[in-house]
Design a protein around this ligand. Structure first.
Ligand SMILES: Nc1ncnc2c1ncn2[C@@H]1O[C@H](COP(=O)(O)OP(=O)(O)OP(=O)(O)O)[C@@H](O)[C@H]1O
Ligand SMILES: [Mg+2]
Length: 303
């Protein structure tokens, strides 16, 4: 699919997921909701990224857009060379079949209840014109749910169901795996199993993985966590393992604000409320920093 020259330049850096100025406006009963408000995001091939944010901040909207299930109102989203806002219906079918795997937030949407785990995977393969019993067994083993092959969803635990759902999403060897709140309905032990499985899949198959979560514990497992606030990426936290002089290791983390191409950034809610930053603020540029302080109200009161 032809991309614009500007996009080509970025795609040339082999970005797996590229969102720029992404806007999604829902209209329900005459009221507009801006679920995505100019969101920028790049994910590199093979990356494992966690997306966090409050309820209603736009996480599922971002994921369903990237999955090709919902079309954004404006902006750019390119995944695997597909321009998601402009693709035709036929391209959309091919995109969903070959490029992305998606796991819904509501666990009950992921599996057909009358088919076994193996049957659910076989169904996805057959829709793509494939039949591969070895692949089915491999996938279930990779997710640690080999024992569920002949069970229907009702005969599995919540965690097993989610791992089977991930296996189904991976059936067609997608480049990008999108998982919306895979552990929202699970206890701690099952959460750990699902996450271990996701990390193993990412490590072993190299599939680019974007996972949405409410759970900060979950997010801490990712090397990079993006924090959505009001439909935009407000901050990103990077994590890495560092070694102390005595040879022991620890996880180091640093949170960064994100500045877009136009120089805009989102002030995190806590800082905005805590320092009462609104309307006008004072910006002071130092040689190595920029300070943002409340201020400006005194100008309104004087004549
Ligand atoms: N189909 C829809 N029609 C109208 N508004 C919608 C629709 N889907 C989402 N919204 C609205 O868009 C905003 C973002 O919703 P979204 O589902 O993306 O949030 P979320 O971050 O996934 O929340 P949660 O953590 O609760 O799953 C919310 O205000 C929501 O009410
Ligand atoms: Mg959601």
């Amino acid at each position: 699919m032809p991309l614009s020259t500007e996009m080509d330049a970025e795609a040339g850096e082999t970005v797996a997921v590229l969102c720029r100025d992404l806007v999604r406006i829902y209209t329900a009963e005459g009221i507009e909701v801006q679920a995505l408000q100019g969101l920028d995001l790049r994910v590199m091939p093979g990356e494992f990224v966690a997306v966090i944010g409050e309820s209603g901040s736009g996480k599922s909207t971002l994921l369903t857009t990237l999955a090709g299930l919902d079309r954004a109102t404006a902006g750019t989203a390119v995944v695997g060379g597909y321009d998601l806002l402009r693709m035709t219906r036929a391209q959309r079918v091919r995109y969903q079949r070959e490029v992305v795997g998606f796991v819904w937030q509501r666990a009950s949407r992921n599996l057909l209840p009358y088919l076994t785990a193996a049957g659910n995977i076989a169904m996805v393969l057959s829709l793509a014109g494939r039949k591969d019993t070895v692949r089915i067994a491999e996938l279930l083993d990779l997710l640690g749910v080999g024992e569920c092959a002949d069970r229907r969803p009702a005969e599995m635990s919540g965690g097993q169901r989610q791992r089977v759902a991930i296996a189904v999403a991976l059936a067609n060897r997608p480049d990008v795996l999108l998982v919306d709140e895979p552990t929202g309905e699970l206890d701690e032990a099952s959460t750990e199993q699902v996450l271990d499985a996701l990390r193993a899949v990412n490590r072993e198959s190299g599939v680019t993985t974007v996972i949405v979560t409410h759970d900060l514990q979950v997010a801490q497992h990712a090397r990079r966590t993006v924090h959505i606030q009001d439909g935009r990426i407000a901050t990103e936290t990077m994590r890495r393992t560092e070694t102390r002089p005595d040879g022991t290791t620890f996880r180091a983390a640093e949170e960064f604000a994100v500045v877009d191409r136009l120089g805009r950034m989102v002030i995190p809610t806590a800082a905005r409320d805590g320092l009462r930053l609104s309307d006008r603020v004072r910006l002071t540029t130092q040689s190595d920093r920029l300070e943002i302080r409340p201020g400006g109200r005194e100008w309104e009161e004087s004549s």
